[in-house]
Design a binder for this molecule. Structure first.
Ligand code: ADP
Length: 319
């Protein structure tokens, strides 16, 4: 393989730039030309494609977002859209594509591979909900952003003896809520994977109050319900003075942590190796700190597993 492409797609995540940098530099190091495709699959269809040099990815390793920009593209879900994309790549002599994104982006990469164009999926999303890897690029940075917010909320919560409901991202996966809740010392964590029981939440809040706790922090993953909705329910059933913080898109931004930069660099470089080895249609990931790869269809069929040990521990430590 002498010429490859790289794009970022779907929801952006801090560390995507570090992954693009790794792809570009590793490819050039191996004597392979690299093309950057702007605006994800949208730019693939319309041909927003530029040759990348070593310097094209200079000064981006510490930046959030993605220099290649991202997009959602309905047209690409159709076979016609996918064939247009392949045409654009072939016109430039590009023989393989690295897709950095979430599971929707993986489905696009799978579709291209099935049409005979080899792709590699690199997991980039703050949700940590991609199968075939313990961690996704962006999760650690988002986690640190949420913890920073929780720490600040805790200061004001304890000054005013309030219960704070903090809504974090996570439509289908509770990883961010769980990890942030455990490491931020939250009293209660609500995740989409486990239906909550209002009576036991009330019980826990009252017990805490009785033993003199001056504040409580409840983390709600957006996939459970909105923070405002939950606070309303809680206020209907208790006398606690409740406030809500919706962290929103700030969770997607910021300079990537060292952990995310390392992960992005390792996964990006491994994706290039796989293409060079002629192994298209795979995803890269990390398991027990070792790089792994899976067939993209198999990876997409694997359910994302919440770490149940961590979930149990979060309950034990928030008594
Ligand atoms: P993420 O990659 O973060 O999960 P999306 O689910 O929005 O984000 O997917 C990103 C893009 O991937 C979509 O806008 C679409 O262009 C493409 N995509 C999603 N699902 C499919 C599919 N089943 N087949 C082909 N392309 C898809």
């Amino acid at each position: 393989m002498k010429r490859i492409g790289v794009l970022t797609s779907g929801g952006d995540a801090p560390g995507m730039n570090a992954a693009v940098r790794a792809v570009v530099r590793k490819a050039i190091y191996q004597g392979v030309e690299v093309y950057g495709i702007y605006q994800g699959y949208q730019g693939l269809i319309t041909g927003q494609i530029e040759k990348m040099e070593v310097g094209s990815v200079g000064d981006i390793i510490h930046r959030g977002g993605t220099m290649l920009r991202s997009a959602r593209c309905q047209e690409f879900v159709t076979k016609e859209g996918q064939l247009k994309g392949i045409q654009q790549l072939k016109a430039l002599g590009i023989e393989g594509l690295i897709v950095i994104g979430g599971d929707g982006s993986y489905r696009g990469a799978k579709a291209l591979t099935e049409l005979g164009f080899p792709c590699i999926g690199v997991p980039g999303t703050i949700d940590n909900d991609i199968p075939g890897t313990d961690f996704t690029i962006g999760f650690d940075t988002a986690l640190n952003t949420v913890i920073d917010a929780i720490d600040k909320i805790r200061d004001t919560a304890s000054s005013h003896e309030r219960t704070f409901v903090v809504e974090v991202m996570g439509r289908n996966a509770g990883d961010l809520a769980l990890w942030a809740g455990l490491s931020g010392g939250a009293e209660t964590i609500l995740i989409p994977e486990d239906p909550f029981d209002m009576d036991s939440i009330k019980d826990r809040l009252l017990k805490g109050h009785e033993r003199g706790k001056r504040h409580s922090i409840i983390i709600v993953a957006e996939g459970v319900m909105s923070g405002n909705e939950f606070a309303k329910k809680l206020e209907e059933e208790t006398q606690f003075d409740t406030r809500v913080s919706v962290l929103g898109h700030m969770q997607r931004g910021g300079s990537p942590t060292a952990v995310d930069r390392m992960l992005a660099s390792r996964l990006g470089a491994r994706a290039v190796e796989l293409l060079i080895e002629g192994k298209g249609g795979r995803t890269v990931g990390i398991e027990k700190n070792q790089l792994v790869d899976y067939d993209i269809s198999e990876a997409l069929a694997m359910p994302h597993q919440l770490d149940l040990d961590i979930y149990r521990l979060s309950k034990e430590l928030s008594i």
